[in-house]
Design a binder for this molecule. Structure first.
Ligand code: HEC
Length: 220
């Protein structure tokens, strides 16, 4: 008699624990389904460290943002209405350093096919530079602009590209075939002439920076 009671108690206990583990298993499974799967993986342009999107200015989760986070494609490219808004944003957030005609100033020109960071030839890479920053004055823009606003700025930058169509790697092959490049800004021509001088200045600044770091390390 006593044995039977024990057996029943044991069975009840077994049933309870298996139900608990089953339900907790289900919770984990549904949580995994709900979590957004970030494909592709976005990384800092210099360090390669994966970008943490929990920081940064939050905005509306637009179709363009959602599409971009999954595919790395900017659906705003060649959309005239968005490009106009993107131009305004560019003038406020970027032109001070990159020039009013994207011709380059403190920061490099963004409408030619030369890239310090070649990953900028694709929209995923351009976004990584803008969102998470590069060297020196090129700070991360994640607190200034929402992801959607960055995509708008990017569509403006792409729209004023004046270099060879075959280097417009952010476009599909068909789009490249029909691309009519924008006019090269007069200031860029001038900037080309000054490029050698700027390069020397940049190298001097880099050297000053590394000397400073070396000095700091030595005095620590
Ligand atoms: C305070 C000055 C400053 C502002 C503002 C600024 N940039 Fe920059 N940007 C720079 C500098 C300097 C560099 C060069 C950094 C380097 O080589 O690592 C740079 C580099 C870049 C590059 C990489 C270019 C290449 O050839 O690889 C991109 C793209 C870029 N900036 C886009 C933007 C956009 C878009 C904005 C506005 C949302 C912006 N920047 C705002 C100074 C600035």
């Amino acid at each position: 008699m006593n044995n039977i009671v024990k057996k029943i108690a044991y069975l009840v206990l077994l049933l309870m624990t298996s139900t608990i583990s089953l339900t907790s298993g289900m919770v984990v499974a549904s949580e995994q389904e709900a979590a957004p799967v970030p494909v592709p993986v976005f990384r800092n342009a210099m360090t390669g460290v994966e970008i943490d999107f929990s920081f940064g200015k939050k905005g509306e989760d637009t179709e363009a943002t959602k599409h971009f986070m999954i595919t790395g494609e900017n659906i705003y490219n060649q959309d005239e209405d968005v490009i106009r808004v993107g131009a305004d944003l560019y003038m406020t957030a970027c032109s001070g350093c990159h020039g009013h005609y994207v011709e380059g100033k403190i920061g490099p020109a963004l409408g030619d096919s030369y890239w310090t960071y070649p990953l900028g030839k694709k929209d995923k890479g351009l976004f990584e530079i803008v969102y998470d920053g590069a060297r020196a004055m090129m700070g991360p823009q994640r607190n200034q602009l929402t992801i959607d606003e960055m995509l708008q700025v990017m569509s403006y930058i792409r729209s004023v590209y004046w270099d060879k169509p075959e280097d417009a790697l952010w476009l599909s092959e068909e789009q490249r075939a029909t691309l009519v490049p924008a006019e090269m800004p007069a200031d860029f021509r001038e900037a080309l002439e000054n490029a050698a001088r700027d390069k020397a200045v940049r190298e001097a600044l880099d050297k000053a920076e590394s000397d400073k770091v070396a000095l700091e390390n030595a005095t620590q």
